[in-house]
Design a binder for this molecule. Structure first.
Ligand SMILES: Nc1nc2c(ncn2[C@@H]2O[C@H](COP(=O)(O)OP(=O)(O)OP(=O)(O)O)[C@@H](O)[C@H]2O)c(=O)[nH]1
Ligand SMILES: C[S@@+](CC[C@H](N)C(=O)[O-])C[C@H]1O[C@@H](n2cnc3c(N)ncnc32)[C@H](O)[C@@H]1O
Ligand code: SF4
Ligand code: SF4
Length: 328
């Protein structure tokens, strides 16, 4: 069993996009009220007095859209400057990134993963549920700015939805040939998107790799990630191709992470709702951080039992939280 030292922190459940596969337009969502969100102070207390002491040293900020969180730069600065923080990363849709990228970097953020599901602005708009102004260009500028500012590695996430963007796989993969970018294809998961998933299904990473292999060849990369992606490379390319295959494979035996929601629930596994605990309510009720640390340690002890283990069947089951609420 891997050491569990990586915490994905959802900073906010709201988003400025409505991706069809995550929080489709029209879906009824109960947003958290401001007073339900962990404050910056509470989050820092939990990180410093609960998570770090039980071994967490790597943190990823996600959402919803993390760049919508007020005072994000100051929060990053505080987490980045904790002496125990070994890695601080963010997953964002990139829409608000260009003007703030340099400040994020200066505050200590070093790694950024940006969602980009299409190179075609029209299809992109359909995916993100935007029927008005084009947003693709602004995201693209966010990506370029992040790259120029020095975020390294720079990863682009593509959720592959059959009949929506699967015809663009080769074009997206080709981005890695000349640029030192890391494009990752994510198998579409049935969380909070029953209609679309039921209609479209998903495509296995093995299928995608076959198309890419036929076009350029494909080798296993020397670069090994510390996450769920299997990393490959087009021969001679500057960047890499990652495949996140939670539907067709199981990488739970190398699971190194847990998740903290914006309202302070600790979730031991993305694909299972077992074992969650409400740290915010405990903290606000005056339960000591020593006791909270013991609770988290207990979850860590039983994490191997909680981990999703259905190796051959992909994901099943109904989820009470959407991906935007969990943080991906
Ligand atoms: N099943 C499963 N999927 C995950 C897990 N972690 C990430 N993913 C999937 O991978 C997607 C992209 O994750 P990112 O937020 O980019 O983070 P990452 O790939 O873990 O990041 P790195 O630290 O850069 O490797 C998520 O939205 C999920 O779909 C995990 O622990 N289990
Ligand atoms: C929930 S989003 C939050 C961060 C940010 N808003 C973004 O889109 O990058 C985190 C990741 O989850 C992925 N994701 C969301 N819904 C998904 C689904 N149903 N299946 C697979 N990945 C999904 C997104 O593509 C994104 O890379
Ligand atoms: S995937 Fe990210 S950008 Fe898209 S709706 Fe979900 S939280 Fe928002
Ligand atoms: S499905 Fe659960 S146990 Fe498996 S890798 Fe993801 S978070 Fe870890």
């Amino acid at each position: 069993m891997n050491q569990v030292d990586y915490l994905r922190i959802s900073l906010i459940d709201r988003c400025n996009f409505r991706c069809q596969y995550c929080m489709p337009a029209g879906a009824e969502l109960d947003y958290l009220l401001k007073q339900q969100l962990l404050t910056d102070e509470e989050l820092l207390i939990l990180i410093q007095e609960v998570f770090i002491p039980v071994g967490f040293t790597r943190f990823r900020l996600t959402g919803g859209e993390p760049l919508l969180r007020p005072h994000i730069v100051e929060l990053i600065e505080k987490i980045a400057h904790l002496p125990q923080t070994q890695d601080l990363a963010m997953t964002t849709n990139g829409f608000l990134l260009a003007p703030i990228a340099q400040s994020l970097y200066n505050a200590g953020l070093r790694r950024i993963n940006i969602s980009l599901d299409s190179l075609d602005p029209h299809i992109f708009n359909q995916i993100i549920g935007n029927h008005g102004r084009g947003r693709w260009q602004q995201v693209w500028e966010g990506i370029q700015t992040a790259y120029n500012v020095g975020f390294n590695p720079l990863k682009l996430n593509v959720v592959v939805v059959p009949g929506v963007n699967d015809h663009e796989i080769l074009d997206l993969a080709a981005l890695t040939i000349d640029k030192q970018w890391h494009v990752r294809f994510i198998e579409f998961m049935p969380i909070g998107n029953g209609d679309l998933f039921g209609d479209r299904g998903w495509i296995s990473s093995a299928n995608l790799r076959q198309s890419i292999r036929e076009r350029w060849g494909l080798t296993e990369s020397q670069v090994r990630g510390n996450g769920p992606a299997d990393v490959f490379q087009i021969p001679g390319a500057k960047g890499t191709l990652g495949f996140i295959s939670q539907m067709s494979e199981c990488f739970c035996d190398r699971c190194n992470r847990m998740r903290l929601s914006a309202d302070g629930w600790l979730r031991p596994c993305l694909l299972k709702e077992t074992g969650q605990i409400d740290l915010k309510t405990d903290l606000r009720a005056g339960i000591s951080t020593k006791e909270l640390k013991e609770k988290v340690q207990e979850i860590l002890n039983i994490k191997p039992e909680i981990n999703f283990k259905q190796r051959d069947s992909g994901t099943v089951g109904a989820y009470t939280r959407t991906m935007s609420q969990i943080g991906g």
